[in-house]
Design a protein around this ligand. Sequence first.
Ligand code: PFF
Length: 468
Amino acid sequence: MTASSTTASAGVANGQPAARLWSSRFAFILAATGSAVGLGNIWKFPYITGENGGGAFVLVYLFCIALIGLPIMMGEVLIGRRGHHNPINSMRSLALSDGRSSRWQGLGWMGVIASFIILSFYSVIGGWAVSYVGSSASGAFVGADADQVGGIFGNLLASPGDLLLWHTVFMAMVIVVVARGVRAGLEKAVTLLMPALFVLLLLMVGYAMTTDHFGAGVDFLFTPDFSKLTTEGILTAMGHAFFTLSLGMGVMMAYGSYLPREVSIVKVSIAVSFMDTLVALLAGLAIFPIVFATGLEPGAGPGLIFQTLPLAFGQMTGGAFFGTLFFVLLVFAAWTSAISLLEPLVSWLEEHKDVNRLASTLGAGFMVWLLGIASILSLNLWSDFHPLGMFTMFEGKTIFDLLDFFTANVMLPLGGLLVALFVGWGMKRASVESELGMESSVAFSLWYGLVRYVTPLGVLVVFVYNLA
Ligand code: PFF
């Protein structure tokens, strides 16, 4: 047992019973990395990098993680641990104790609602990944041509029944973990899944090295060609930094509330941001060489993972085996993120409504599952239903597109902006300094400057641009 686990088990630290605290600093790092590393790293990062021309985009992305993402992550974890409750109650109690309006709890509300909505469609995509494990293992991609691989993906999206089945399986996996609580559920799951995820990822990179296009993949990711960088690319990189680090939706607050007092928020936030970035880069190193080796294009958009990659695996020796491993990896990544998305709502129901853990999880999980059906139908039966089509901005957007748009482009940056403003301007400097344990240091002044000026400005720019 580690020193910190001894302290945590000793009774109540943080105002939380021990079963509701991470057993160690490492456990928090695994859980928060599990939340951060998800479809965003393995599906979205490679495809947006592909669409935005590679190296230069990656460089901008790294800056965004360091200057915007990391400072906000520290802010969110700090709010959670100092408030030591669910995001809504933490925001309320911190605002009141530092002499601010209780209306700041709206930020907590937004987080809980955003994570709820995101999980509803995240689970649908997680379901695709689960179904691809089966397709790949059964050899469906072996020797298939582009039309056949496209057909498998097309048939899946066209079938509400299949999508519902996989969405249900995925949500059941999430509920089983979350219902067991912080230590016995979340912590145990990430302790098993995260090391497995890293091993699988390294295996995939090793496999990519056996192709003679590994160098081309490295070049694509790391040789910046600034002529390929667009304003839109820069904004995409900034927006993605939020999504990939799980910021702006109360998840890091909820996870921070289970963080034992003696753990350094600065160190764990740096570790989580680093690991998340590492996984995204490794995913790129695993995927692009395989894509190049089979003469395919990296800029295929969202279909990169579900169409281009299976096509590539289908043409390679050992492709069925490694393809299956790849989708298992994708499922693990999505699973550990999805459990974190359910946590803010479950912790609120549990604490605020006094509903026990099992009932909170089942209730919240059922509601998410239900909302997910709207996204499923948007892909087929309701694909022509555009509820906000009367506004030019939302023309052609299905319910799925709208949920994605409002969460990723509105609620998430707004949440991040408010976190930065609350920590930088709302809370007393002394409270912030003492919670971070960085009293009067240069590093603190640097971070404080970022969180007060640079981060809010950066987020504001993305926010306005995305809406304009
Ligand atoms: N960070 C996750 C990913 O990159 O897939 C997604 C995510 C999880 C976003 C949790 C937000 C969140 F609160």
